[in-house]
Design a protein around this ligand. Structure first.
Ligand SMILES: Cc1cc2nc3c(=O)[nH]c(=O)nc-3n(C[C@H](O)[C@H](O)[C@H](O)COP(=O)(O)OP(=O)(O)OC[C@H]3O[C@@H](n4cnc5c(N)ncnc54)[C@H](O)[C@@H]3O)c2cc1C
Length: 371
């Protein structure tokens, strides 16, 4: 079945066309590619975006719609792994990115806050540790001792997070980029970067396009996520995005009353390390069972889909020049956390192409760490 988000009709968008060589070619018209295109086109560069599908038809139109700050790891783990200054810097950087998204998003982003729940006592201790680390480092968060849903054992409320209609947001970004002069070529597959008529190339394919840059094939692993959506309910059960079990399960109620639920990847985790964009009976059954518990009735499912995201070893994206490849840049590998990070990293890689190497995130995300 079709992703719910993509059912909304895409607005008609006039895209300019450029003759011959451009300054920058971008492969991928998801949130990363469109954010990069906007920044570069606004800086006056000739930009061409290629996508084998339509705008936002990869993970950017197939995700859970959670617009969360931070990285893919828990904050306390991030702090332990790459240091307090870097971790706190990353969290604040994504908070700024969310604010910039809000300026562009219109009604595709609602700043609802988000709720990170503990499914058992062990997870409660873990997220309590995360909460304390955040507070120590000046990151705004609230502890919820007894969540309204009594099956859960505590929660962190993340102020400022949001619920996104991701396809609408990215289509808007694409339209803004086209207005700024970027050419957007949909249904245009790229098989050889060397054949692109461009000075510089940005690869913004996240979990798709595996093998397009062979050096990255072992660094960004395609990983499948699955989602279901119920028919609209006549009552409000969830007023903000909720997630639990290390983020494996995530759900939110949409403005029309439907409940969207994704996750349960850990039910058959090895099978989900794939770029085959198909739902599977095992995970769909787990999702349906849990959705029934969440809404207190036999769920009537109207939408099911799968999407692919890019997972990395250290759960940090790769953003910057690809070592040994002159003029080739990458931004991807958000490890399932790319709505805000993808936007921020699209802008970041564009800034780097324009010669701005000052961001500490460029060091943290440097692809060279794996070479
Ligand atoms: C099921 C699911 C749920 C998720 N939930 C969330 C969530 O709630 N919150 C969150 O922050 N993140 C979530 N994510 C992750 C998030 O969706 C992604 O990290 C983000 O959308 C990546 O954006 P992108 O633009 O980098 O890549 P994509 O949106 O995947 O775009 C890549 C594009 O590259 C194109 N492409 C690939 N190869 C080629 C080629 N050779 N030639 C031309 N075009 C090519 C593809 O067609 C695709 O359109 C989820 C992901 C999935 C799959």
């Amino acid at each position: 079945m079709n992703p719910y988000w993509l059912e909304e009709e895409a607005p008609v968008r006039a895209s300019p066309t450029h003759d011959g060589q451009v300054d920058v070619a971008i492969v991928g018209a998801g949130v990363t590619g469109c954010a990069a295109a906007l920044r570069l086109a606004e800086a006056g560069l000739r930009v061409r975006v290629h996508d084998e599908r339509g705008v936002a038809e990869g993970a950017s139109g197939r995700n859970g719609g959670f617009a969360l700050r931070g990285g893919a790891s828990r904050y306390d783990i991030a702090r332990e792994t790459y240091g307090r200054e870097q971790a706190a810097g990353l969290w604040h950087w994504t908070e700024h990115a969310l604010d910039s998204m809000a300026e562009l998003a219109g009604d595709s982003l609602r700043r609802t806050d988000s709720l990170r729940l503990a499914a058992d006592e062990e997870e409660r201790d873990e997220i309590r540790g995360e909460y304390e680390a955040m507070r120590e480092d000046g990151i705004d968060a609230e502890w919820v001792d007894e969540p309204a849903d009594s099956r859960f054992h505590g929660a962190i409320l993340h102020p400022g997070d949001g619920a996104l209609q991701p396809a609408r947001f990215v289509r808007r970004l694409a339209a803004r980029s086209a207005d700024a002069g970027a050419e957007i070529r949909e249904h245009d597959r790229v098989d050889d970067l060397g054949a692109l008529a461009a000075e510089q190339v940005i690869v913004a394919t996240d979990g798709y396009g595996h093998g397009l840059v062979p050096e990255l094939a072992d660094l960004i692993w395609p990983t499948r996520g699955q989602v279901i959506v119920s028919r609209p309910l006549d009552r409000v059960l969830y007023d903000k995005p909720h997630y639990a079990r290390q983020g494996f399960d995530y759900w939110q109620q949409l403005p029309d009353g439907r409940v969207l639920l994704g996750g349960f990847r850990d039910v058959s985790i090895m099978d989900e390390l794939t770029d085959v964009e198909e739902t599977t009976p095992t995970i769909q059954a787990s999702l349906e069972r849990f959705l029934g518990e969440l809404i207190g009735e036999e769920p009537q499912i109207t939408h099911r889909w799968a999407g692919i995201f890019g997972l990395t070893q250290d759960m940090l994206p790769l953003v910057g020049p690809v070592p040994g490849r002159d003029g080739v840049w990458v931004a991807g590998g958000y490890s399932g956390h790319g709505n805000v990070l993808g936007f921020a990293c699209g802008e970041l890689v564009a800034g780097a192409v324009l010669g701005d190497a000052s961001s500490p995130q460029l060091q943290l995300f440097d692809p060279a760490r794996f070479f």
